[in-house]
Design a protein around this ligand. Structure first.
Ligand SMILES: *[C@@H]1O[C@H](CO)[C@@H](O)[C@H](O)[C@H]1NC(C)=O
Length: 281
């Protein structure tokens, strides 16, 4: 039965070609088949766009080095987040790399709920897709639509909840306290985290038009966690040049030379973590 079907499929292209040829078909059947689907189609029609390269067995653009890492979506590994309800998470940057913070994606499912970060750990979350509700211990809730963010100081009791699927990127860090300065919770739509002294890190949203690039070839004591939200371009990290696109994660250790140029047809937008306001000593 199967071989009969295979034979029928083999015959079909030949039959339609014969009709096109107005009846005088003298070309051997094997050549006709070669025409309708070349044997070496990968050589004559190479598929070298990044989206196709990702399908190559064993291929990944992900790189992990001593002073930087590029983690691309085909390398993201999701598993249930400890103590969260109905949520899968992928830790993309962690202290095991050399970072002093974590950055992870949380994919919240139907009827999901977050857990608290560990003791003395502050949290920043940014909604990448969907909409969630943030509640505090007094039952006060804030709607967090796509592109909005919240900052929760260390030991601030809260939960993020959703009835539908939501994707959130989260940065967490052990808070470095400063005498007489106390950070407040912040809930915002597309604004930056206050740059004032109580906060020991900033999150920036960086926008580039295609062709725009960083003016400074930066080398600095701060570290970065970056999530590329839109667009594509080339990131230079140390002596390596990486083609990057939306969905990619980058970790930059202190003092890794860094530079970005936005390329392609669409603007670039990325979310950037940077430690600030504390002595590096
Ligand atoms: C919850 O949030 C409200 C409004 O921002 C605030 O007045 C209240 O003190 C918060 N409750 C707790 C327990 O932090």
């Amino acid at each position: 039965m199967h071989s009969l079907l295979a034979l029928l499929l083999l015959l079909l292209p030949w039959r339609s070609s014969a009709v096109e040829g107005d009846g005088f078909c003298s070309i051997p059947q094997s050549i006709m088949q070669t025409r309708s689907r070349p044997l070496y189609w990968k050589v004559t029609n190479p598929t070298l766009s990044p989206s196709h390269l990702q399908d190559l067995p064993g291929f990944t653009r992900s790189v992990y080095k001593r002073d930087h890492a590029v983690i691309t979506p085909e390398s993201y590994v999701f598993s249930p987040l400890p103590d969260w309800v109905n949520t899968l998470g992928a830790y993309l940057i962690t202290p095991a790399m050399g970072a002093h913070f974590v950055m992870y994606l949380a994919k919240m499912q139907v009827k999901s709920k977050s857990a608290l970060p560990p003791q003395d750990v502050e949290r920043f979350l940014f909604v990448v897709q969907g909409s969630a509700v943030l509640k505090n211990d007094s039952g006060i809730s804030h709607e967090l639509p796509v592109d909005s963010y919240a900052y929760l100081p260390a030991n601030y009791k809260h939960s993020l909840e959703s009835d539908d699927t939501v994707t959130v990127v989260i940065f967490e860090r052990r808070y470095v306290s400063l005498e007489n300065h106390y950070p407040e919770p912040v809930f915002e739509l597309r604004k930056l985290l206050p740059a004032s002294a109580p906060y020991d890190f900033n999150i920036h949203i960086m926008d580039f038009q295609p062709g725009e690039f960083l003016n400074v070839k930066e080398v600095h004591y701060n570290q970065h966690g970056l999530l590329l939200l839109e667009g594509q371009g080339i990131y230079r990290l140390g002596d390596s040049w990486y083609p990057v696109q939306a969905g990619d994660t980058i970790w930059m250790a202190p003092f890794v030379p860094q530079w970005y140029a936005a390329l392609g047809k669409t603007p670039t937008r990325y979310l950037l973590y940077k430690d600030v306001n504390r002595s590096p000593l």
